[in-house]
Design a protein around this ligand. Structure first.
Ligand SMILES: C[S@@+](CC[C@H](N)C(=O)[O-])C[C@H]1O[C@@H](n2cnc3c(N)ncnc32)[C@H](O)[C@@H]1O
Length: 222
């Protein structure tokens, strides 16, 4: 469903959602949650909606929670002759829940047709929001889930090239220290909830450090 702005849904995603009998999403409540809210205007009252309460991990994710339940619900619906969609935030295959559900579907339902619909990632949305290129010419773009690599932040910055830090809210103090040590604080911007009405952009990371930042925060360094 992209990063949060309904205008960043793809036509294919809209068609799939409109054609589905069951809409499964990661939120706790059936008709609420980050991913569901992006599509809520499209959903008809006759469509069934199930929030499957997948844990959104701020820290390290043990990679187990709820994916079997999601895949099971999709397969059951399909075996009953209906269509189902599973919503994921951003792009489903970039640190996305979709990748785990697809793994399960391949095992559970090799005989059933399913499709992964790509979405606008927070990565592209943040670059567009800032008007900053992600990578040009010979540059190597590094994409890093910060919480998994806290002790490598300095080394990653030293490699050079643009770096996109997913899961950056909890590692922000360390990121600030490592950038400051290299005189590179001005090279970084943090965008919280890009594309959402609550979006915030911090051109100075130190201003973000004192805030109660959302898990949906991304830092781009160039
Ligand atoms: C598990 S990853 C999911 C990434 C998602 N699949 C994508 O393609 O954007 C979650 C991380 O993505 C980033 N993220 C996702 N949506 C965001 C948004 N709307 N604004 C800023 N960062 C976002 C944050 O860094 C967050 O910690």
């Amino acid at each position: 469903v992209g990063p949060g702005d309904p205008e960043l849904l793809t036509l294919r995603a809209i068609r799939a959602i409109e054609a589905s009998d069951l809409i499964v999403h990661p939120g706790r409540d059936d008709r609420a949650g980050i991913a569901y809210e992006v599509v809520s205007e499209l959903v008809r009252s006759t469509q069934r909606v199930r929030g499957m309460a997948l844990a959104m991990m701020r820290g390290r994710d043990d990679g187990s929670v709820g994916y079997d339940r999601v895949a099971g619900a999709l397969v059951e619906e399909a075996r009953n002759g209906h269509r189902a969609v599973f919503l994921t935030e951003g792009d489903p295959m970039l640190y996305g829940t979709g990748s785990y559900v697809v793994e399960r579907l391949k095992v559970l339902a090799a005989d059933l047709a399913f499709e992964v619909i790509p979405g606008v990632s927070a990565l592209g949305a943040v670059a567009a929001r800032l008007g900053w290129p992600l990578a040009r010419k010979d540059e190597i773009l590094t994409v890093c889930p910060g919480t998994y690599h806290v002790d490598e932040i300095g080394a990653i910055l030293d490699r050079g090239g643009p770096v996109c830090w997913f899961k950056s809210a909890d590692v922000l103090p360390r990121l600030i220290d490592e950038l400051a040590a290299r005189g590179r604080l001005d090279d970084a911007v943090l965008v919280e909830r890009v594309g959402h009405p609550a979006e915030r952009v911090f051109f100075d990371l130190r201003d973000a450090a004192g805030q109660n930042l959302s898990y949906f925060s991304l830092v781009l360094v160039r």
